[in-house]
Design a protein around this ligand. Structure first.
Ligand SMILES: Nc1nc2c(ncn2[C@@H]2O[C@H](COP(=O)(O)OP(=O)(O)OP(=O)(O)O)[C@@H](O)[C@H]2O)c(=O)[nH]1
Ligand SMILES: [Mg+2]
Length: 448
């Protein structure tokens, strides 16, 4: 199936089958929906002067971005091809108000960010189905505060949208990568986020000799192993810009992986569908665990109601049969009890009045007791140990629950006794069917 058609198909299925369930459980699907709306995105981040803009200029073949040795650029620049009939530059204030673009969510970061966001529309065929985002370079921790918006959080938001994140650094500042990585990593899907990031050490031509390069590389690996908590180091592309690098020195001495890096970037659009599916997968699994917990809670609620029901019904039947006997022995009323009427074979409607009142009153009291004591106690007990509502047998499920438990608790806090009759199990079934049938089918289509 053609990728565009498949994407439209997925989008349609999500909005029909899944979106209503997200709103039912008060979960936000907007990031997914806005992500599906637009083109594949490559995000270039890293410390200042690491060569981000130089790399972008090289890809496009013109000096669209300013470059320089000091911190040069303090804006997020989205570069893409929107068509020659569209303006060459679109300011952030327009971008954050355009519902057809995925930038509406940046409104909440305020005017300071908006004035540092811009879209550049270029006439370049490859960018018709792709956008590259150049970002302000990481500064050191003290200068970071001056931006007027939460830079790390914004970086995380951009990372969430991106199909490929190129994390660049140069040999002089190999140690500064840690914070950038931390800011983006926890915004990405648990299972596959790592695949979306590629690490690039640029400007290696500036290393005077091999030991210089090895030292920088070592610093980097050390920082990376601390960040990822893993001993294996992901591939680090060692590159320099052939346009500005000291090519005389480097040609034979240094490795050059610029070509592979470029190919990775060019191939980013093909990752888009896979990422959309991964994001859906992650968010629907989050929805599923919430729904599972709520379903379990209502099941417990119904079981408790049945227990109350059994006791109340027993008491009600007892009082229906013998309540008037007790009343007769105390007040001599009614003059003839139901039992004696049955014995004498002369039963009338009048004999049923008091027993029926007893029965109805007992049942009503039973329901009131459930609503005011039984259910409230169950709710309190459940909320005190909400993790028991779901099975947490795998690491994945435990992480999922850590992320979603607060949402679940806030849903349960709002429930009242009547909600135990809500058909949550039906929603859960729909979610499971979507994960097991629809989503699997899409993954298969993508692979074929
Ligand atoms: N020798 C050498 N210089 C490079 C290389 N790549 C970039 N430069 C130079 O390094 C400086 C910084 O490059 P930029 O592309 O502006 O870096 P940036 O990451 O965009 O920096 P900010 O926008 O400030 O965050 C410029 O003067 C470039 O000419 C390279 O591979 N080798
Ligand atoms: Mg730059």
């Amino acid at each position: 199936m053609h990728a565009g058609k498949l994407q439209a198909d997925i989008q349609n299925k999500v909005s029909k089958k899944i979106a209503p369930l997200f709103s039912k459980y008060n979960l936000d699907l907007s990031s997914l929906e806005s992500g599906m709306k637009w083109k594949p995105i490559v995000l270039i981040i890293g410390n200042y002067s690491s060569g981000k803009s130089t790399l972008i200029n090289e890809i496009i073949g013109t000096n669209i971005q300013r470059t320089g040795q000091a911190p040069t650029d303090d804006a997020f620049t989205v570069i893409t091809s929107e068509g020659t009939d569209k303006p060459e530059e679109v300011p952030g204030s327009t971008l954050i108000n355009d519902e057809n673009l995925p930038f509406v969510k940046f409104k909440k970061y305020g005017e300071k960010l908006t004035s540092h966001l811009i879209l550049k529309n270029i006439d370049f065929e490859m960018f018709e189905n792709m956008a590259i985002i150049d970002s302000p370079g990481m500064l050191d921790a003290t200068t970071e505060k001056d931006r007027g918006y939460d830079y790390m959080e914004v970086l995380g938001e951009f990372a969430k949208m991106a199909d490929l994140i190129v994390l660049m650094f140069d040999p002089h500042k190999a140690g500064t990568i840690k914070e950038t990585y931390a800011a983006i990593r926890n915004t990405l899907p648990e299972k596959s986020g790592e695949d979306r990031i590629i690490f690039v050490m640029s400007r290696i031509d500036e290393c005077d000799n091999i030991s210089d390069l090895v030292r920088s590389y070592g610093t980097l690996c050390w920082n990376m192993s601390q960040m990822t908590g893993r001993k294996d180091i992901p591939h680090i592309y060692l590159t320099y810009s052939p346009n500005v690098g000291n090519s005389q020195k480097v040609e034979d001495l240094w490795p050059q992986e610029r070509k592979e890096l470029m190919e990775k970037i060019y191939a980013a659009p093909s990752l888009r569908l896979n990422h959309i599916l991964e994001d859906i997968d992650r968010q629907v699994n989050e929805l599923q665990i919430v729904c599972e917990a709520v379903t379990e809670f209502t099941t417990r609620g119904r079981k408790l109601f049945m227990d109350f029901g059994k006791i109340t019904a027993g008491l009600g039947i007892g009082l229906f049969c013998f309540g008037d006997v007790i009343s007769n022995s105390i007040t001599s009323l009614p003059s003839q009890t139901l039992i004696s009427a049955i014995r004498s074979g002369d039963i009338s409607v009048g004999n049923l009045v008091l027993p029926t009142i007893f029965l109805v009153a007992t049942l009503t009291l039973g329901v009131l007791a459930f609503n005011n004591f039984g259910f409230k106690k169950l709710k309190k007990k459940t909320l005190a140990d909400s993790s028991k509502l779901v099975s947490l047998d795998t690491e994945y499920r435990r992480n999922l629950w850590t992320k979603m438990s607060a949402t679940t608790v806030s849903i349960l806090q709002k429930t009242n006794a009547r909600d135990i009759w809500h058909p949550h199990a039906g929603s859960l079934l729909k979610i499971q069917r979507f994960l097991e049938n629809d989503l699997k089918k899409y993954y298969e289509k993508l692979r074929s």
